[in-house]
Design a protein around this ligand. Sequence first.
Ligand code: SF4
Length: 218
Amino acid sequence: MTATLINNTRDLEEASASEVIAWAKETYSDKLVLASSFQDCVLIDLVINIAPDVEVVFIDTGMHFKETLEYVETIRSRYDLRLVTLQVDESASDYPCGINGCCNVRKVLPFDRFLEKSGSRAWISGIKRVDTDERADVPVVGWDERRGIVKVNPIASWSEEDVSSYKELRNLIEHPLAAKGYGSIGCAPTTRPIEPGENPRAGRWSGQDKTECGLHLP
Ligand code: SF4
């Protein structure tokens, strides 16, 4: 299946991640951006192989592990990324970490402003249906109601095993904390290593009801 043959979302549900990315690039050209948390570089590797000039957005919440910031630089250099680093809202210090308001001013608002200013028509995210209950039904291509643009989730149907296999196949550089038991890696104060058998996202906002930062909520 080539990108030109993929002409509706049902086709896209059946397409491979690379085919979805090729379709998105062909459809949205330079109005397509990739958002990455840099917990790994699976999606970056997939996207850059097809669209090497795509802008990659990293939201620097000011709360990241130093290892994450080092990893961002490692991956930027390895892939020669067109990296855009977003800074937090000035009001961020008014919000204690761990609450929705904190994620809102440190992640959601800077990202919303960037998308609006850049005139982006579509963004690519690395969310998967197996991540959380809230993500169980995410489509490969959907409408981001909040931002009024298209959201593309090329690896929505992937399992954790698919991710591991791809990393091995492509010999990808791992985040330094992966070897220390961290599954999903977000801000330092609200991320812990996981126990064997736990869902990778169990280490995020552990012990709280919160499971999402808000970027992926309607
Ligand atoms: S993940 Fe935690 S520290 Fe980071 S912005 Fe959200 S609440 Fe704040």
